[in-house]
Design a protein around this ligand. Structure first.
Ligand code: ATP
Length: 849
């Protein structure tokens, strides 16, 4: 147990200073980091063992052992070696994917603000200790179990703990009660989300001692399967049955022909192991996880793996303006003060700019806070000088506030001024006009404000009044009326340089960018035109116009609307839902608490890494670490590439498997012996085509990657000619191999080694051609995927070893080929390569005709 401050005086002192740095360090040692223990993960060894769990592999090993007992042990051993090699490959891949996902998780750790030794600090939440004094702000995730000691309008969404989705109101306590029931109104609980208000509290429990820790076992989330994985699993099952059937036929026919059952069984089982695409769903997960790791290097943090897959299907990007399309570096460029003045003291506009904000100075004396307010404060400090600014702060201490929110679009602060109270209100011009004295003519104000907005400026209006005293908190909202108009300030926030190009890229890629902003329609339109979002024929609409539109009319127009201005966050949800009802796939950005529902509802909810609240990050599928619109477009490009490469991988593997099955099944029908031994089948499948296939994941983006329309998410993996490719290239590869077998047997060459090599070389030729769906290899450049070319050269070298080194001859039952035989194998191996290159020519010709 630790000592908590008890008397009111102790609590007061604590609220200023928090824990000392030394005490915090000591407690971190005592209580450990503020983390939930994860369910024990699979050990590395377990992960390795799991690679052998495959049913068909088990059968293979048993069959190999039987055949060893019945005959040659060397076969058994080499089969086991190949199986182990294959397991190692699978293990390495899976291990890398696991690590990648772990490091992504680390990157999305939450930060918290604490006071230690009297100083404000931002720390990773895992460093918090019991007794720490934490600042709680709307939008944050509650980092530990906390007792509230000061608060203003705090509400918390406790659904993660209680299932109750309506946010609960909280209140401050005067004393500290270390143990808390889950329904305590003065306690906040780890893992819940603060939706409103602000306050300060003391940490009572961290890590596994929190209420969340007690139920942590229930919360171990399973990674959801992606739609592609689900489809692949289904497909895998069907095709597996089909292949099993073929293997049975091969076995049955062999028996009828009077062949020895044990070697025959080994052939059938090897073929089943080689051709059944059991590992495909796992390989897809690995490809997506490694893709997510690559995306993290490009400033995109994936929170939900299926998002990697959906990136390529996005048809609409609905984006915020400030900070995402623009730099979020606001600068006041002009202001206009009204003629109002106080009997003595500064101009009211200056006073309002200096007082009505939440900007604070950090230890180095730099201002910190939200960009709009930062611009106002920096401007006024430059105008008045630091000294006068500080004097104003001292002379008019703040006694209350109604914070800003995107719904109301204004905020008010109340300040003591001698024996009066000063009410200051700032916000969007229309919302300030609503609270002015009745006799003020608004025409002039609107005209000026619209004029500034049409030049792309964000315009803020200021108003205020003096009242005799501050009423009770419930009455504060009533103070926002009958105010005098004090002036306007206009600020610019230039678009990010890279955005214009990114918008163009979206358009060629069939993706419609849409701006959704809380800003004035004129400001929004001007910026949208500058970056290329708003073009001829596209519409712009305001939140109030949107409210007037019936669902039916909105549905009719929605695909033509490019700018939504002065919308409130709840309207974002309507926009997403309506777009989705039109069959669109929407990426939607958001940063605030109120954005969470629309982020959750969209195909890909995108939260902002820098300015985003924890609540929005929690709801999002993906986080932009640099808050930049161009990063979304880059992520889409990467997502399309990852998907393309998965498709190429499947296309390659399935073609090879198809060719092997056809070769082995057809040979007896053509009056020839089964062409390959089990070791050959396993070798080709698990080694010579497996390794280059992995390197396909490194393939660069197709040249047209952002010039083609988005992929319909339900589209079959075998659409777009993939299925046909598998069929015709598989058949061709089998035909070439069978022809070689026929030719070699007739000429009494080393036919089996030749068949084995032709198949291996054909597959290597195929992998080189399949690298691109449209560009010839010479255009892509032989070396543009270095790992692949190294893998192919390595496999050729291995094949040569297997053909020429005596011990391998023994192990693999091969014979050294003479030069003409080897050349024939090489030549036959190139047939498939050229045929697939010709396919590209035909496709190109079709596209152009
Ligand atoms: P964007 O979509 O461009 O990021 P937004 O939707 O975040 O903008 P808000 O921050 O909700 O926009 O602001 C909406 C309007 O509220 C602004 O146009 C401005 O007039 C007003 N406003 C913004 N910040 C403040 C503030 N701190 N105090 C008072 N009014 C503000």
């Amino acid at each position: 147990m630790i000592d908590y401050p008890k008397s009111p005086e102790e609590i007061q002192a604590y609220l200023k200073n928090g824990l000392s740095q030394e005490e915090a360090a000591k407690r971190l040692g005592q209580f450990g980091p503020n983390q939930l223990k994860e369910k024990k993960k699979k050990s590395t060894f377990q992960l390795f063992l799991d690679q052998f769990k495959d049913f068909m592999i088990t059968i293979l090993v048993i069959a190999a052992i039987f055949s060893g007992i019945a005959g040659e042990w060397s076969d058994t051993i080499i089969i086991l070696v190949i199986v182990v090699l294959n397991a190692i490959m699978g293990f390495v891949q899976e291990y890398r994917a696991e690590k990648a996902m772990e490091s992504l998780k680390k990157m999305s750790e939450v930060q918290s603000q604490v006071i230690r030794g009297g100083k404000n600090q931002v720390l990773p939440s895992r460093d918090l200790v019991p007794g720490d004094l934490v600042l709680c702000e709307a939008g944050n995730m509650i980092p530990a179990d906390i007792q509230l000691l000061e608060e203003n309008a705090i509400k918390v969404d406790e659904s993660s703990l209680t299932g109750e989705s309506v946010p609960v109101e909280k209140e401050a306590s005067k004393s500290i009660t270390p143990s808390a029931e889950i329904d305590s109104p003065t306690h906040l609980f780890k893992g819940t989300l603060q939706t409103n208000g602000r306050g300060m509290g003391i940490i009572l429990a961290t890590g596994m001692n929190t209420q969340l820790g007690k139920i942590a076992d229930l919360l171990q989330e399973k990674r959801p399967n992606t739609p592609l994985q689900i489809r692949m699993e289904k497909f895998g099952k069907t095709i597996s049955l089909f292949i099993l059937l073929i293997c049975l036929v091969i076995f049955g026919m062999g028996i009828l022909r009077g062949e020895d059952p044990i070697p025959l069984m080994l052939v059938s089982v090897s073929l089943a192991v080689a051709a059944i695409p059991e590992a495909l769903p796992a390989l897809i997960t690995i490809a997506l996880s490694l893709g997510a790791a690559r995306l993290a290097k490009k400033e995109t943090l994936i929170r939900k793996l299926p998002a990697v897959e959906s990136l390529g299907s996005i048809t609409f990007i609905c984006t915020d303006k400030t900070g995402t399309l623009t730099k979020n570096q606001m600068k006041v460029v002009r202001k206009e003060a009204s003629e109002e003045s106080f009997p003595e003291g500064p101009n009211p506009l200056h006073l309002a700019m200096a007082l009505n904000h939440d900007i604070q100075s950090n230890e180095e004396g730099n201002f910190m806070g939200e960009a709009t307010e930062l611009a106002l404060v920096e401007h006024i400090v430059e105008d008045l000088g630091q000294k006068e600014y500080e004097q104003i702060q001292e002379k008019y201490p703040r006694v209350g506030e109604i914070p800003f929110d995107s719904e109301r679009k204004r905020m008010s602060t109340f300040h003591q001024f001698e024996d009066h109270v000063l009410v200051i209100c700032k916000g969007a011009t229309e919302t300030i006009l609503d609270v002015l004295e009745k006799d003020i003519s608004s025409e002039e104000i609107i005209k000026m404000s619209d004029q500034w907005a049409s030049e792309g400026e964000r315009v803020l209006a200021f108003a205020g009044k003096l009242i005799p005293s501050l009423p009770a908190e419930e009455e504060w909202e009533n103070l926002e009326k009958d105010l005098s108009f004090w002036g306007l300030a206009g600020m610019i926030d230039p678009p990010r340089e890279e955005v214009k190009e990114a918008i163009q890229e979206c358009k060629t890629a069939g993706i419609q960018p849409v701006m959704i902003t809380g800003d004035h329609p004129e400001t929004a339109k001007t910026i949208a035109e500058q970056v290329g979002i708003l073009e001829e024929g596209r519409l712009s609409i305001s939140g109030s116009e949107l409210r007037e539109l019936s669902d039916e009319d909105f549905e009719k127009q929605i695909e033509k609307i490019s700018v939504y201005a002065r919308v409130s966050p709840d309207q974002k949800l309507r926009i997403v839902k309506t777009l989705q009802s039109k069959g669109q796939f929407v990426a939607m950005t958001g940063d605030g608490v109120n954005d969470a529902p629309s982020l959750r509802a969209s195909t890909i909810g995108v939260a902002m890494g820098i300015t985003g609240t924890d609540v929005s990050k929690e709801a999002a599928h993906m986080i932009l670490l640099d808050d930049n619109f161009a990063t979304i477009v880059r992520a889409i490009r990467e997502g399309r590439r990852i998907f393309d490469n998965i498709r190429k991988f499947i296309k390659y593997i399935m073609t090879c498997n198809g060719a092997e099955i056809l070769t082995i099944t057809l040979a007896p029908f053509l009056g020839m012996p089964i062409p390959l031994l089990p070791i050959h089948i396993l070798w080709i499948n698990l080694v010579t085509d497996g390794i280059p296939a992995l390197a396909l994941a490194k393939e660069k983006a197709e040249s047209n990657i952002m010039k083609r329309p988005p992929r319909p998410p339900k589209q079959s993996l075998f659409a777009d000619g993939v299925g046909i490719h598998i069929l015709w290239v598989g058949t061709l590869m089998a035909a070439v191999t069978l022809f070689t077998q026929y030719w070699a047997i007739r000429n009494e060459w080393h036919w089996q080694t030749m068949v084995f090599s032709v198949l291996a070389f054909s597959q290597l030729g195929h992998v080189m051609a399949v690298r691109s769906d449209r560009d010839f290899l010479f255009k892509q450049g032989l070396f543009s995927n270095l790992p692949l070319i190294l893998a192919v050269l390595g496999m050729i070298a291995l094949q040569i070893l297997v053909i020429y080194v005596p011990v391998f001859n023994k192990l693999f039952h091969t014979e050294p080929l003479n030069l003409p035989e080897l050349l024939i194998c090489g030549g036959m191996g190139l047939v498939v390569f050229h045929a697939v290159e010709m396919e590209k020519l035909v496709k190109k010709w079709r596209r152009n005709s």
